[in-house]
Design a protein around this ligand. Structure first.
Ligand code: PLP
Length: 411
C-alpha cells in the first residue's frame, strides 16, 4: 500500500530548489521559515532569467512582437490564477504587489465607498496585521465599529461568539484562511455563509492558505480573496486580489495613473474596465511571468499531494517537539496547517533563533506581525517553524537536535 509520503518524490523535489543543497554556518541548510516566504524552484529562476535575457519588453503598450508576447503571457497568468482559485472568470483577478496591498485596496476602494458611520467590521483575534490594521483604520476613518472574533486556548475561532457579533450593521467580515502565527485552518466556508446571512461581504486573507490547500473561491463563496506570490514559490512584489465581478465593478479605483484609464481630458477621466481599473502604472510583469512558472510548478506536484505530505510533516514535528522537555506549542487547533509556534522554558525566542541558526536551522522568531494573537496567548513573541513540501523528516530531527543545543546553552 502506498503511503502519503510516496506521493511526493522528495529527492527530486529537493533537487528542484538549488538553495536546499547549500550550507549555512557550515551545516546543511534546514529552511523552516516557509510561512514568511518560500524558496524558489529552478524552473521559476530559469523562467525569469529567460524573460529578462531574451524576451523582455513592457506589456500592454507595444505594437511590436516582443511586447505583444509578454502581454499574452501575462494574460495567460491571469487565467492560471483564476484556475488556481476556481474564479468564474479571469477578469476577477487583479494583480497587486502582495496580500498587504490587496487588503488595503479592498479596505479603501470598497470600504471607504460603502461603509457609513455606525456600520460594523469583524476580523478575528488571530489575523496577521495585514488583515487587521487596514480594517481597524478604516473603521476609525468612517466611524464604524471594529469587532474581533475571540479564539479558544487552542487558537480556534469561537463560532458561537462570532454569531453573536454579527448584526444587520455588519458590512465586512475579514478572516484569514490559515493563521500565520498558529497554523489554525479557519472554517472559512461557514464564516462566509454566516456573514452572508446578515448581508455582509467577506474578505479572505489567503496568504497562508493558497500555497498549502486547494482553494475554490466559488465553493467558499468568498467575495474577495487575496494572496502573495512570494509565499507560493513566485518572485517578490506580485500578489493577487480575487473579487466578484459585480463588486469590483461597483468600486472606485484605488490608485490613479497610466493603464487604468479609458480616456483622459482636462475636464474628465473615464476608467478602464475591471481588472485594469485597479492596476495603475506599469504592472510587475516580470514577476507576473514568474508567478505563472510558480503555479505551473505547484500544479505539477498537485495541491492535494502537497497538503497530504505537509500534514504528515506537521504530525511528525508536533510529536517530536511535544517530547522536548520544557517546550510548549502555542496553537493546537485540531485543523492545522504545517506551522508550529512554540516557547522553550523562559528562553527568549530570539536566542532560540540565533542558536538554532548556528546549526543551519532557519526559523522565525518574533511576533510574526500578529501582536493581537501574541497578546491573546500572553507572550511577547514565539519561535516558529513552518514546513513546506520540500522539507523532510530528517530536517525535523535537525530542528529538535538544534533545540536541545539551545537548552544546553541555557542549562
Ligand atoms: N496575511 C498573512 C496571513 C500573512 O502571513 C502575511 C505575510 O506573512 C500577509 C498577510 C502579508 O503578506 P505580504 O507581506 O506578502 O503582503
Amino acid at each position: 500500500m502506498s503511503t502519503k509520503t510516496e506521493i511526493i518524490n522528495i529527492e527530486q523535489i529537493r533537487k528542484d530548489f538549488p538553495i536546499l543543497s547549500t550550507q549555512m554556518n557550515g551545516k546543511p541548510l534546514v529552511y523552516l521559515d516557509n510561512a514568511a516566504s518560500t524558496q524558489k524552484p529552478q524552473s521559476v529562476i530559469d523562467r525569469l532569467t529567460k524573460f529578462y535575457r531574451d524576451e523582455y519588453a513592457t506589456v500592454s503598450r507595444g505594437v511590436y512582437a516582443l511586447s505583444q508576447q509578454a502581454t499574452i503571457e501575462c494574460m495567460q497568468v491571469r487565467e492560471k490564477c483564476a484556475q488556481l482559485l476556481n474564479a468564474a472568470k479571469s477578469e476577477e483577478i487583479v494583480f497587486v504587489r502582495g496580500a498587504t496591498e490587496g487588503i488595503n485596496l479592498i479596505a479603501s476602494a470598497y470600504g471607504e465607498k460603502f461603509l457609513k458611520p455606525g456600520d460594523e467590521v469583524i476580523v478575528s483575534n488571530i489575523e496577521h496585521h495585514a488583515n487587521f490594521v487596514p480594517w481597524q483604520q478604516l473603521c476609525k476613518k468612517v466611524g464604524a465599529a471594529f469587532k474581533v472574533i475571540p479564539v479558544n486556548d487552542a487558537g480556534e475561532l469561537l463560532l458561537d461568539e462570532y454569531k453573536q457579533l454579527l448584526t444587520d450593521k455588519t458590512k465586512i467580515v475579514a478572516v484569514g484562511q490559515v493563521s500565520n502565527a498558529l497554523g489554525t485552518i479557519n472554517p472559512i466556508k461557514e464564516i462566509v455563509a454566516l456573514a452572508h446571512g446578515v448581508g455582509a461581504i467577506t474578505v479572505i486573507d489567503g496568504a497562508q492558505g493558497v500555497p498549502h490547500l486547494k482553494t475554490d473561491v466559488q465553493d467558499i463563496d468568498a467575495d474577495f480573496y487575496v494572496f502573495s506570490g512570494h509565499k507560493i514559490f513566485a518572485p517578490t512584489g506580485i500578489g493577487v486580489v480575487y473579487g466578484k465581478e459585480k463588486l469590483l465593478e461597483a468600486m472606485d479605483p484605488y490608485q490613479y495613473g497610466g493603464e487604468m484609464v479609458q480616456s483622459v481630458s482636462i475636464e474628465e477621466t473615464t476608467f478602464a474596465q475591471v481588472p485594469q481599473k485597479f492596476e495603475a502604472g506599469t504592472t510587475a510583469f516580470a514577476q507576473i511571468i514568474g508567478l505563472g512558472a510558480a503555479l505551473d510548478y505547484v500544479n505539477k506536484i498537485g495541491l492535494d499531494n502537497i497538503a497530504a505530505y505537509e500534514h504528515e510533516l506537521l504530525l511528525e514535528a508536533t510529536k517530536k517537539l511535544e517530547a522536548v522537555e520544557g517546550l510548549r506549542i502555542i496553537g493546537t487547533a485540531v485543523n492545522k496547517a504545517s506551522v508550529i509556534s512554540f516557547e522553550l522554558k523562559d528562553i527568549h525566542p530570539h536566542d532560540i533563533g540565533t542558536i538554532v541558526d548556528q546549526e543551519g536551522v532557519a526559523i522565525r522568531t518574533g511576533h510574526h506581525c500578529a501582536q493581537p494573537t501574541m497578546q491573546r496567548f500572553g507572550v511577547p513573541a514565539t519561535a516558529r517553524a513552518s514546513f513546506c513540501f520540500y522539507n523532510t523528516k530528517e530536517e525535523i530531527d535537525a530542528l529538535v537536535a538544534a533545540i536541545e543545543k539551545v537548552k544546553q546553552v541555557f542549562s
